[in-house]
Write a protein that binds this ligand. Structure first.
Ligand SMILES: *Cc1c(COP(=O)(O)O)cnc(C)c1O
Length: 388
């Protein structure tokens, strides 16, 4: 079978060959000066991507969920109160993690397809004092984006930490840690950061680190405790290797390459490219008469799009038809399973990837007997992509 195919799911994504090649280079000793230098560069470039001077990034072996657990367990103690904004599968996961550590969680729930209203968060914070507020930047189950900047300006008026799950947003949607008052940013390698799965990344602001230091009880985890990892990260920042547990050396080398590509393009250019590609895709979806999960355009994320199947189109058949055409798209999560498909358009995504995806969608829908005017979505998308 041919290896030529496009992975257009909301992570892992279609990785740049320059990043993939790094994985097959000889593995360095994690204690060597050359690796220490690379790790220092990675930590410093992670700060540039997220616009922070002082937040401390941690890079651990693990998936995005481990990054969530790392962020939360280091800050909360049994009996603490937390507010979890839940407008999708991953918002609910934050609440689950908190509860599993004995935290009392109030959920601020929204219908899937909508975004959180900052004024509701203000109201909650006025009623009760919370240790922290969790919010998902882009919820991968719906393709809806929450306005983290506006939420940050609300939370900063209260004595609560703002914890943002940026797994499906970091390095594609602007995330300005310092300016927006983000206390903890959670992310992972396999989405817009453009590195195969396996790196859990968390940024702790100085305020968050103070909260960690002020704990009354020890962190209820051995592996993800900041007690273990802060000295390691601080040491690598000074280009001195220090051991607690073996870092995933080749993934970190690959992250160095990917960050180099991202920063080489320039953050504002990266954000603009995601904006144009996403708009082109949405305009094609509309031109084909399909409905998207975000109820309003302003809720729609630039990293991925979730689309309802039109009547008569079955999930397995559609995704099978797409795969035969060399394009892999994702199905729905939770209650939307079988009802929607999801397309990731982040990281190194370009105009041609999205046109190929739209072309495959048109052909597959036609084959499955859905009434589409083949070429209509492509024509709409081209108009927008020509702005790039
Ligand atoms: C993908 C994702 C996660 C989970 O990441 P895993 O690597 O699958 O553990 C968490 N939150 C968001 C917003 C995601 O998109």
């Amino acid at each position: 079978m041919t290896e030529r195919s496009l992975l257009m799911i909301p992570g892992p994504i279609n990785f740049d060959p320059a990043v993939l090649r790094v994985l097959s280079t000889p593995t360095l000793s994690h204690m060597s000066p050359s690796f220490a230098e690379i790790f220092r560069e990675v930590l410093s470039n992670l700060r540039k991507v997220t616009f922070t001077e002082n937040a401390q990034p941690l890079v651990l072996a693990g998936s995005g969920t481990l990054a969530m657990e790392t962020a939360l367990t280091n800050l909360i103690e049994r009996g603490d109160e937390a507010l979890a904004v839940d407008n999708g599968h991953f918002g609910a996961r934050s609440a689950e993690i908190l509860r599993s550590y004995g935290v009392k969680v109030d959920e601020l729930r929204y219908r899937w397809g909508t975004a959180a209203r900052p004024e509701d968060i203000r109201e909650k914070l006025e009623q009760k004092s919370y240790k922290l507020v969790t919010v998902t930047h882009v919820d991968t189950s719906t393709g809806c984006r929450n306005d983290v900047e506006a939420i940050g300006s609300v939370v900063r008026d209260f004595d609560a930490l703002l914890v943002v799950d940026g797994v499906c947003a970091t390095a594609a949607e602007p995330e300005r840690i310092d300016e927006w008052g983000i206390d903890v940013l959670i992310t992972a390698s396999q989405k817009a950061l453009g590195v195969p799965p396996g790196l859990a990344i968390v940024f702790f602001s100085e305020v968050a680190l103070e909260a960690y230091r002020a704990r009354r009880n020890p962190v209820e985890s051995y592996f993800v405790s900041l007690d273990r990892w802060l000295p390691i990260m601080r040491s690598y920042e000074e280009e001195r290797a220090l051991y607690f547990a073996t870092p995933p050396v080749n993934l970190i080398l690959a992250l160095r390459r990917s960050l180099e590509l991202i920063l080489g393009e320039g953050m504002e250019n990266v954000f603009a490219r995601h904006g144009v590609v996403a708009e082109a895709f949405r305009s094609a979806v509309k031109a084909l008469g399909l409905k998207m999960v975000p109820e309003r355009d302003e809720y729609a994320a630039n990293t991925m799009t979730a689309v309802y199947y039109p009547g008569g189109v079955e999930d397995g058949e559609f995704r099978g038809g797409m795969a035969e055409r060399g394009v892999t798209v994702a199905g729905g999560l939770g209650t939307l399973k079988g009802k929607i498909f999801r397309v990731g358009h982040m990281g190194s995504v370009n105009a041609h990837d999205i046109l190929a995806t739209i072309g495959a969608m048109e052909a597959t829908l036609e084959e499955l007997g859905h009434n589409v005017e083949v070429g209509r979505g492509l024509a709409q998308a081209q108009k927008i992509l020509n702005r790039m």
